[in-house]
Design a protein around this ligand. Structure first.
Ligand code: CLF
Ligand code: SF4
Length: 494
């Protein structure tokens, strides 16, 4: 098959992120002058990595922040059972570790899952990773999990296999994981002190016996540490997810961070507890709240000097499909994908990946060109400001303000523009009309930012954003470049 040209990616029906970086539309329209901002760039989140390590993560959207702008993942829900109880989980919903509670998955057999993966691999060629993350624990369902991996490894060898587990059964399966060439494993570790764990886990079911309270938590903790160590010895990349639960493990998180670092974890993903009474979880029903964005950032910052932190997690559902932050699972319900023909072509996929790599290189060059050499005004002395970015992916400001379902938040100073989080918002454009109530919610969500960067913003939201003290920037360029222009104009000149 003829490889598609890079430009074909901009119009592909797969909603491939807009990778048109010829940037002919580039223009900066600063509609207000009430803020600060700017930037320089850092070209890669994988700083300090060896080439071989970079090669292992460069197409994994969770392990590489840069990759998540370009590459997609999908999950298949083949693992319904679980062997522990977390106080933030209600099993009639997806696993809260790796999904949004309240979203029910359709369970698949390994054969159905393999068909789905091949269908999606044909329709979304930038999908590079297949993860099994629930809705229970994959290693409490080992035969279904490993059978699914076997089928996919056989039929789609270019897709990376990824596994997320609570760790209880991990030490028993590291050899099998290695043999299947699963190179990325996530363990959810919320504590290394069983006293704290006893507030999170009421029971653990281990080797045909149920252990309640701290006795069970001790087993879980020991098995998690043993599993982590074994992954390191087997040279399998391990990410640790930790659910941040205010008042329970927030002050404990640096200790968790240290323990996992010592045992070779590659990446730490500290993510907020999602808790609401309607989820029917113990925490939700008992008023345990999740952290606010400031609290989350504070804990992440406290741990960030020690190892790589993941800040772009979207807490996906167990049947997620698409780029992180976009949810295309409804396009691939069981009823739909079972009727879709498989159109998997390794050659086509490789051609698309080459195009993506070319686009990434072009973005990196633009970042490099915009890089500031810190002078008198260094990162230490220059003010840090937050900006909210509307993007469809590709590392580019390329989305209309009204179409954004989330904003990426960058922290900008004289040295760099650094991605720090994303914030979900209600879609402002409802059937072509802006909704006032939505706009108020959006402004509240990004009120601590100094600017909004979008490819287009209508006059009405623009006016209200300015009245709320935000600078409105219409531009179409690499995110760091736009942020840099803004910072120069509104921070340095002042
Ligand atoms: Fe899935 Fe998890 Fe693999 Fe990624 S998700 S199994 S490592 S392919 Fe990623 Fe989703 Fe966050 Fe998980 S954004 S919830 S970290
Ligand atoms: Fe739920 Fe996952 Fe915890 Fe099991 S490990 S109880 S599925 S959140």
């Amino acid at each position: 098959m003829t490889p598609p040209p890079p430009s074909a990616l901009t119009t592909a029906p797969t909603a491939t992120p807009d990778l048109d970086i010829t940037l002919t539309k580039t223009k900066t329209v600063v509609k207000s002058a009430s803020g600060n901002c700017g930037c320089t760039t850092k070209t890669d989140t994988a700083d300090g990595l060896s080439d071989s390590m970079r090669a292992r993560i460069e197409k994994h959207p969770c392990y590489s922040e840069e990759a998540h702008h370009h590459y997609a993942r999908m999950h298949v829900a083949v693992a319904p059972a679980c062997n522990i109880q977390c106080n933030y989980c209600n099993r009639k919903y997806d696993c809260a570790n790796e999904s949004r509670p309240g979203v029910v998955s359709e369970l698949l057999t390994p054969e159905e899952a393999a068909h789905k993966v091949l269908v999606v691999a044909g329709k979304i060629p930038q999908m590079t990773v297949l993860g099994i993350a629930g809705p229970g624990d994959p290693l409490a369902n080992p035969e279904k999990t490993f059978r699914t991996f076997e089928l996919i490894a056989e039929k789609a060898p270019d897709i990376k296999l990824c596994l997320s587990t609570n760790g209880l059964m991990l030490p028993d399966y590291v050899d099998r994981i290695k043999a299947l060439n699963v190179d990325h494993v996530t363990i959810t570790i919320n504590m290394v002190d069983p006293e704290i764990g006893a507030q999170i886990y009421p029971w653990v079911h281990y080797r045909r016996k149920r252990y309640r309270g701290i006795e069970g938590v001790r087993i879980l903790h020991e098995r998690q540490m043993e599993g982590l160590q074994a992954l390191q010895e087997a040279d399998i990349l391990c990410k640790v997810n930790s659910v941040l639960i205010p008042g329970i493990n927030d002050e404990h998180m640096p200790v968790v961070n240290q323990a996992i670092r010592e045992r070779g974890a590659f990446l730490h993903n500290i993510m907020p507890l999602i808790s609401a009474p309607e989820h029917g979880t113990y925490f939700g029903l008992n008023g345990q709240r999740g952290p606010n964005p400031k609290e989350l950032k504070q804990v992440q910052d406290n741990c960030s000097g020690n190892m790589k932190l993941m800040r772009h997690c979207r807490q996906c559902r167990a049947d997620a499909v698409g780029l992180l932050g976009e949810d295309r699972s409804q396009e691939f319900t069981k009823q739909k994908f079972m009727e879709m023909p498989v159109d998997y072509s390794l050659e086509t996929r490789q051609a698309v990946h080459i195009s993506i790599e070319q686009a990434k290189a072009a973005v990196a060059a633009k970042k490099q060109a915009a890089a500031r050499i810190p002078g008198e005004l260094s990162a230490k002395t220059s003010p840090k400001v937050l900006v909210a970015v509307a993007t469809k992916g590709g590392g580019i400001v390329n989305q209309h303000f009204g179409h954004a379902k989330e904003f990426m938040i960058y922290e900008v100073d004289a040295a760099e523009a650094k991605f720090i989080s994303h914030r979900k918002v209600a879609d402002y454009c409802q059937g072509g009309y802006g909704e006032e109530a939505m706009l108020k919610g959006i402004i509240d969500t990004i009120s601590d930012c100094k600017a909004v960067l979008a490819s287009k913003i209508g006059p009405c939201p623009s006016k209200q954003l300015q009245e709320a003290g935000l600078v409105v920037v219409e531009d179409y360029d690499v995110i760091e470049t736009v942020a840099r222009r803004f910072y120069d104009e509104h921070v340095l000149k002042r």
